[in-house]
Design a protein around this ligand. Sequence first.
Ligand SMILES: Nc1nc2c(ncn2[C@@H]2O[C@H](COP(=O)(O)OP(=O)(O)OP(=O)(O)O)[C@@H](O)[C@H]2O)c(=O)[nH]1
Ligand SMILES: [Mg+2]
Length: 450
Amino acid sequence: MDENICAISTALGVGAISIVRATGPDVIKIINSIFKGKDLTKVASHTLNYGHIVENGEVVDEVLVSIMKSPHTFTGEDIGEINCHGGVATTKRILELLLTHGFRLAEPGEFTKRAFLNGRIDLVEAESVNDLIAAETESSRKYAMNHLEGNISRIIKDMRQELVELRAHFEVNFDYPEEMDNPEITHAIVLEKLESLREKLEKLLETSQNGQLIKNGLDVAIIGRPNVGKSSILNHLLDENKAIVTDIAGTTRDIVEGSITLEGIKINLIDTAGIRDTSDIVEHIGVEKSLEILKRADLVIFVFSNDEELTPLERNLLKSNFDVKKIIFINKDDLTKKIKLDDIDGQVVYGNTVTPTGLDDLKDAIIAMFNLDEIASKDYNYLANARQIALVKNANTAILNAIESTKNSIPLEMVAIDIDEAYNFLGEIIGATYKDELLDEIFSKFCLGK
Ligand SMILES: Nc1nc2c(ncn2[C@@H]2O[C@H](COP(=O)(O)OP(=O)(O)OP(=O)(O)O)[C@@H](O)[C@H]2O)c(=O)[nH]1
Ligand SMILES: [Mg+2]
């Protein structure tokens, strides 16, 4: 971390302003050497300084330079940010100039990695920085901000604190069992504490599905046989003519995607090729894709046509044992009803895309099925990150083992081993202990300049 690093932090393209960001021990000195204006080595911390970037007497750009001095900065080190004119040529020129003056190009996420290594943020907060940048909806933004503000970290740290206190209590009793002042620790007391921790861990695991919904949205596949109106439904939901609609069966060959927001949650709508047996090679590939999506979607909207009886293929589709949630949309209810749903179970919504009707009911059914209105309005103390969830599961397993041992009156020296394990797993979540490879993996997913 004694190296000076820099990167373009704004998106590279045509824009009014770009920011070239730099951090490290000599940032201010180096930027000052190519800056004409105030002496940056003498300005106060957290100031914005007007001047020019110059090279061999030639003005490269008119800029504003932010100077932020260690330790109260994002990385904990000195930071300089050059606010230059946007666009590719100027921004790249300034970056190149820094690179020839002693800076190294930062790796993706290296600024945030330094913030973590310098103890400015913990690992959960660092991971949330990336979530915040990737956030597309209001709820995913709020979710990431909640993590960045340390609310999840606090829950984890509090649980670790409880474990430390429990262990300390054990130790005193192991070391000085005869001392009268020591409140005696009994299996019953230990059990009560462990049960309360188990509840907290399980709540985190149970609600992690909400976190994933907020972060990734819902993948909703629109499935059915050709010509039932799948693409018409997609277009109406998106309020855009995205997919081609014709009365020719087999119009949609490839998947067509678009997204809407329901109660702040992103809904990824996936229109698919109508499923049928076909000798057309292209259409056949499309049908295979539809079947794949059917298996991996969070929700499938099965579309049927009101004016036709269900075909054997449709009945099979509905009965097939895919582990997927489903809503049945009976389209074309403007036409005479011929469909029979005698032995079909599942939620049914009627509508058509001509008037159109039923599409708001369809949205409401999605909201109700996933409780979307509740997820977004409560606190955002959910986990969505696979690494964090796996570690909470491990910690919970260790606590369950400790509970089991305590119930069986196994000596507390043995119970202590499981408690220590749970403590360590929780520590890994916030990065109290970590391996270098883990950091590389986490931060390599970040964008350059963050
Ligand atoms: N009467 C009526 N016609 C509809 C309705 N929805 C769609 N259609 C018509 O049905 C035909 C097929 O619509 P599409 O949306 O292309 O159907 P699809 O399910 O995407 O068909 P494929 O892409 O071939 O699988 C078109 O002529 C639409 O105008 C409806 O609610 N009522
Ligand atoms: Mg279609």
